[in-house]
Write a protein that binds this ligand. Structure first.
Ligand code: SAH
Ligand code: SF4
Ligand code: F3S
Length: 489
């Protein structure tokens, strides 16, 4: 064993401190929760900075170039630290690990570990090997053409072993994965390559995990999948769809709200919408990205629907769930997008009046069909201008539509102190609190930290485009004995 190996073995007997940083989508947030839960079992504890950690993990995203460059820059900043403290382990996990593989080691040779999202179950064992002095470790899944369908599928394993409430944004809200991967192959998107083939988890595992979450005190579950409403699981002749899962999870005591993201427009069936309507715990909130309002662009994106199809789906939502909030994603400046194409996107936003839209400038992703077939020909400044214009249109809609809530009471699941409260450094129980309505709108009010986790009625008296401001008039005493004990002394 090398000198470094000996040193590492001695270190392994001590308490291990883990620092983890997560970027990307909800899938990554959930993966980080799982990794922390599994490493806690191996004797790790969480550190709040790289300085006090002996294991540093970056959970990465490849959806846009910018997200990757930020991680490489962060890694570059750790070069000195690693030179001074060679015993510190640096790991890259997530989509960029799967996409870049050996390139991560080439660009940052002092990285010890590269592990893709389909191989996270191996992370504890790989860290152990590094501690034993076995050198750099890499575990990634097969590429989409690197084996039989079955081998490729098996190399992308869902990692949902343990739940850790302390790693969630709040202990009473949790993500629950129902599907991994994606088979839609939109031409701009890297996800089918990093996350592998679409696979539904078994309904038995999903419902069991929902029970476990309820036992942990979780009140709101958000079901996750890249195209969550395409979920299907076949067991012999029996096929389970998302609507069936919603019905089963709805039965669980303690669970009060159920959401699901992200939906694919083509699979937003009448039956699913009616199920959401008929199950009161299901949030009247749907995230159904349109991506563009131009048929030409949608065709090049290979989204599988036309603008007319999207409108038809939207009308179905309006008919069955007239009070639902719908949100969307858009990519501006995709290859060949003309001003006219873009104006059609503006029209779509104006017509659908989304609750909110996430707007992204197209970023070429090597390895996608888009990168292979089309030139990235919309100049950066045009992408930027379209981004700003579309955002302004959406913000105006948000502001106008939020005005409808003035003077109304909304039911809010209280999440905790607001960002503003944290920024202001407010201390003590009385603070500005934040929560969300059933239709996913953000509400803040002057409240009390003990309200966290409760469902409460808030009266709205002011709104901005993204936040509603309210007040709580009743005194909430839950978790408190109604008759205060007599204090001695
Ligand atoms: N599965 C989800 C979204 C996955 S990625 C869906 O199908 O809607 C999240 C969002 O990132 C996408 O909706 C898209 O708007 C955006 N996105 C994906 N690839 C991109 C790229 N190459 N450049 C810019 N934005 C991209
Ligand atoms: Fe990407 Fe399209 Fe799959 Fe969404 S549906 S993850 S955008 S390929
Ligand atoms: Fe990013 Fe991977 Fe999610 S590429 S958006 S972290 S699935």
């Amino acid at each position: 064993m090398t000198e470094r190996g000996n040193f590492m073995t001695n270190l392994a007997s001590k308490l291990k401190r883990l620092y983890i940083e997560t970027v990307g989508c909800q899938m990554n947030v959930l993966d980080s929760e799982m990794v922390v839960a599994s490493l806690r079992r191996q004797g790790y504890d969480l550190a709040t900075s790289v300085a006090e950690a002996d294991t540093i993990l970056f959970n990465t995203c490849s959806v846009r170039e910018h997200a990757e460059e930020k991680v490489y820059n962060q890694l570059a900043r750790l070069k000195m630290l690693k030179a001074e403290h060679p015993e510190k382990i640096i790991g890259v996990m997530g989509c960029m690990a799967q996409k870049d593989q050996q390139l991560v080691f080439d660009r940052a040779p002092y990285v010890d570990l590269v592990v893709g999202p389909g191989q996270l179950h191996r992370i504890a064992e790989l860290l152990e090997k590094i501690q034993q002095g076995e050198g750099q470790q890499m575990a990634v899944s097969l590429g989409r053409r690197d084996g039989t369908q079955e081998d490729i599928r098996r190399s992308h394993e869902t990692f949902d072993p343990l739940r850790d409430p302390s790693m969630r944004p709040t202990p009473f809200q949790a993500y629950l994965r129902i599907q991994i991967g994606c088979d839609k192959f939109c031409t701009y998107c890297i996800v089918p390559m990093t996350r592998g083939p679409e696979q539904g988890r078994s309904p038995k595992d999903i419902v069991q995990e929902a029970h476990e979450l309820a036992r942990q005190g979780c009140k709101e579950i958000t079901l996750l999948g890249q195209t969550v409403n395409s979920y299907r699981y076949k067991d012999g002749d029996k096929e389970t769809r998302l609507a069936d899962l919603l019905e089963q999870i709805h039965e669980i005591d303690g669970i009060q709200r159920i959401k699901f993201v992200t939906s694919y427009p083509k699979d937003m069936t009448r039956h699913l919408l009616e199920t959401v309507r008929d199950l009161p715990k299901c949030s009247p909130y749907l995230h159904v990205p349109a991506q563009s309002g131009s048929d030409e662009v949608l065709k090049r994106m290979k989204r599988g629907y036309t603008v007319a199809d999207y409108y038809e789906m939207y009308e179905r939502i309006e008919e069955i769930l007239p009070n639902a909030a719908v949100s969307s994603d858009f990519i501006v400046g995709f290859c060949g997008e003309t001003d006219e194409d873009f104006q059609q996107t503006v029209q779509l936003v104006k017509r659908c009046r989304f609750k909110n839209s996430f707007i992204f400038q197209y970023s070429v992703r090597p390895g996608t069909k888009g990168a292979e077939l089309y030139a990235d020909d919309v100049p950066a400044e045009v992408k930027q201008r379209r981004n700003v214009e579309l955002l302004a249109v959406q913000n105006e809609i948000c502001q106008e539509d939020n005005l409808r809530f003035l003077g109304q009471r909304v039911e809010v699941l209280v999440e905790g102190p607001s960002k503003m409260s944290l920024k202001r450094g407010e201390e003590g129980p009385l603070r500005q609190m934040t929560g969300r309505t059933h239709c996913d709108r953000i509400v803040v009010w002057d409240g009390n930290e003990r309200q966290a986790g409760q469902l409460m009625s808030v009266l709205i008296h002011d709104v901005s485009s993204h936040t509603m401001f309210g007040s709580v008039e009743t005194v909430e005493l839950s978790n408190q004995p109604l008759v205060m004990p007599v204090l001695k002394n």
